[in-house]
Write a protein that binds this ligand. Sequence first.
Ligand code: SAH
Length: 367
Amino acid sequence: MSIETILHMNTGNGESSYATNSYLQEHGIQRALHVTNEAINRMCNDLGGFPGVFKIADLGCSSGPNALLGISNIISRVHDMCNENNFEVPQFQVFLNDLIENDFSILFRSLPTFYAKLKNGEGDHCGPCFVSAVPGSFYSRLFPNKSIHLFLSSYAVHWLSQVPQGIENNKCNIYMAKTSPTNVFEAYRKQFEKDFTKCLRLRSQEIIRGGRIVFTIPGRSISDPTSEDCCIIWELLAKSLVDMVKEGRIPESDIDSFNIPYYTPYEDEVRDVIKKEGSFLIDNLYSFALDWEPYNSDNGKMDVADRPIRGKNTAKLIRAVIEPMMATHFGNSIMDMVFYKFEEHVVHHLSAREGRNFNLVISLTKH
Ligand code: SAH
């Protein structure tokens, strides 16, 4: 089965949905905001203002509030700059891209509120904004030549176009792990290199000269591919599946044949791909760590008593992202039990260690 038909986040806005459980990503988008603002400033300087119709595309927008959050931030920044510099405010054309199985209808339903907020926030003199959806893979062409000014993509391009080939020996793991054989790391790295190169090559045809791309993705803080900040979460999920094998609920071969099409690169790997591909210059590469429960840690509320709730929330966060793909492979009926076990493993992990993930924000100019 092709990834494009099974990869999507949990739909709707119920308890397990991505819309309800994407606060970690929301937090990451806010942390990346200054990089996006800087990209807009530089583009405005290079182009001597904004074009009459400012075209923005969000790659991998998904179905939660985050899709329109990034776009609102951009419109607000452009608006402020126009006020500060006495520029005419452009019209905005916004393209929300995701794979065909994405829950676009929930996004469409949120548009009236988005338009109303825009009007309230920026006033009547805010240029009109026209939002449309572009279903398809960012590993294929999505837009005409030289038509987009700014690409934004949060927590999406770390999803690979396919599971790396030749990793059937990644026994009892579902991603790169401490016990993975070395060929697994190499296969994942190569697939990322191939996919990210393709994504850049395609965007280089669609973006105007001087246009910008801002990617935010989960990555890892050290070159070791089993770095805890990127892999431990999947090791804990794999442990939960192994528990299910021990209880005779699934065969071990089901775990061996499941690997996540996802890669958390080290900063230098990202730089290498961009340099080798050659269409873009790096304006900024910024990194930051986030607690699995970012609001909790920001408020300084985290203590032992919070562990069960942190375990529950982290399990919901991961479930919203990976359940559709896991349910296709392992069956729907075991999902509640797997994620219950996962929650327990997360709580246990937090009793001895931190739960953090690492993020990279990459701002590029088309030269
Ligand atoms: N940008 C949102 C959503 C991130 S979830 C946020 O920051 O919260 C990742 C999204 O990327 C998912 O909706 C998934 O379907 C999408 N995605 C993954 N691979 C893709 C591809 N090849 N083309 C388009 N979208 C993709």
